[in-house]
Design a binder for this molecule. Structure first.
Ligand SMILES: [Zn+2]
Length: 430
């Protein structure tokens, strides 16, 4: 797309956005939230909060252009979603950004994006009326490894997964989306060449794929597509090259061995936790030892467990489902107790964070305080470490949510938002 085309598109979509969303935003130079309870990182403190020139202050500005009485309501920082593949496609723009904002999610991390038009989306999501989004650009894997099957068949027009089997040979050799959603690297030589182009696309972060890495040799040559990722040595090479350039590396993982490999090669984050299906005979493959968990925690590796999508295919009345929930609860509380950092992110295509927040509440691995911190402090700060967000402190960005009821009494209260302010702009939804 040329510059002008790009600009026109942004203009058109901005208009569409405003029309279809019924989001109204009002920029005031000074706003006062009066009579509420302010989250200080540990508890709520009764005091007034002001936003002047887009920043939080507790000193009353000389003139107050807008006063909002929030008698006894609860003010918290906005939410972050650290794992999605949304917001890189035009058709989502008429509804999804609004859904993110409305549920309170202002900060989003896309871990593998359609990259061809990514500059357009970067510009699009750079306003006070849109969520702030960072992009990993293409996912990095080996030939026909994951995420190949999550993209290629759809680009070929094969939207119905039951048709894939009959078309498997066509899919195997098709490369319509190569360089757009995925990059295949099978050797160090290829890595050197392809990473040049990848880094030139200016990714904000990097996503690599480890899929049953212990069986890479076998899986990479069998008939099944998408059941492998990078072999360990190439994963390490990509990780080191990315980190040299100041980029954080997130690894997709399935098994405990993938997790251990990720720790060994020094990734910065895991895009999932080991994804056990709840069947007792396979549990061993997904159990990470305490020693490895400790190492991961000591190296400050962040984990986004993607609970909802991991358990989404399991019958809720089955024993397998109970097993999965218990396994996830134990894993998360163990990692938390070891000092490890947990992030929240849904990974659900075409849906924002709420489904995952509900899953976190169901799994119940965290006290209300801890969950509030994960969703409104730890995750936003992991996505934008350089920005003054995640705390309601003097001089921090003037972005807040107001909740009707106390989220420290019941995490369900996180769904009861009454006011939204982003960088000094009051957002209203119809
Ligand atoms: Zn994902």
């Amino acid at each position: 797309m040329n510059e002008l085309g790009c600009f026109m598109k942004i203009a058109i979509y901005t208009i569409l956005f405003l029309l279809s969303f019924s989001i109204f935003s009002f920029g005031q130079n000074s706003i006062g939230l009066i009579g509420g309870n302010i989250f200080d990182g540990k508890k709520f403190v009764k005091k007034d909060l002001y936003i002047a020139d887009g920043k939080i202050t507790f000193e009353k500005p000389g003139t107050l252009e807008k006063t909002i009485k929030i008698e006894n309501q609860f003010v918290i920082p906005p939410f972050g979603d650290a794992h999605t593949h949304n917001l890189d496609r035009e058709f989502q723009l008429t509804y999804l950004p609004e859904q993110y904002l409305k549920e309170g999610t202002f900060y989003v991390q896309n871990l593998t994006a359609k990259t061809k038009n990514i500059d357009y989306f970067r510009k699009y999501f750079s306003t006070k009326q849109t969520p702030d989004v960072i992009f990993a650009n293409q996912g990095i894997s080996s030939t026909s490894g994951h995420p190949f099957m999550a993209y290629e068949p759809y680009v070929m027009g094969l939207y119905d997964a039951s048709k894939w089997k009959d078309n498997i040979e066509k899919i195997r050799t098709s490369r319509l989306d190569e360089g757009n959603s995925y990059i295949f690297i099978d050797s160090k030589k290829a890595a050197k060449e392809k990473l040049k182009g990848f880094f030139a696309g200016k990714p904000d972060i990097v996503k690599i794929f480890l899929v049953d890495v212990g069986n890479f040799e076998k899986n990479s040559v069998d008939e099944i597509l998408g059941n492998s990722g990078l072999p360990a040595e190439l994963a390490e090479y990509v990780t080191k090259e990315s980190q040299k350039r100041g980029l954080k590396v997130y690894a997709h993982i399935d098994t405990a061995e993938d997790f251990e490999t990720g720790v060994k090669i020094g990734v910065d984050g895991f895009a999932h936790m080991p994804t056990w299906n709840g069947k007792p005979e396979t549990k061993q493959e997904f159990q990470v030892s305490k020693k490895v968990l400790e190492k991961a925690a000591n190296r400050n590796i962040v984990i986004s467990p993607t609970i909802a999508i991991t358990t989404g295919g399991t019958d809720k009345d089955s024993q397998e489902y109970k097993n999965q929930i218990e396994f996830i609860r134990q894993f998360l509380s163990k990692y938390h107790k070891l000092g490890g950092t947990i992030l929240i992110g849904s990974d659900y295509f075409n849906r924002p964070l709420t489904v995952e927040l509900k899953a976190f509440i169901e799994v119940d691995a965290f006290e209300e305080l801890e969950l509030l911190k994960i969703v409104s402090e730890t995750t936003p700060r992991a996505i934008f470490p350089e920005r003054k967000i995640g705390f309601l402190k003097e001089g921090y960005e003037g972005s807040v949510l107001v909740l009707k009821k106390n989220p420290l009494e019941d995490s369900e209260n996180l769904f009861g938002i009454t006011h939204w302010i982003k960088q000094g702009q009051i957002l209203k939804f119809d």
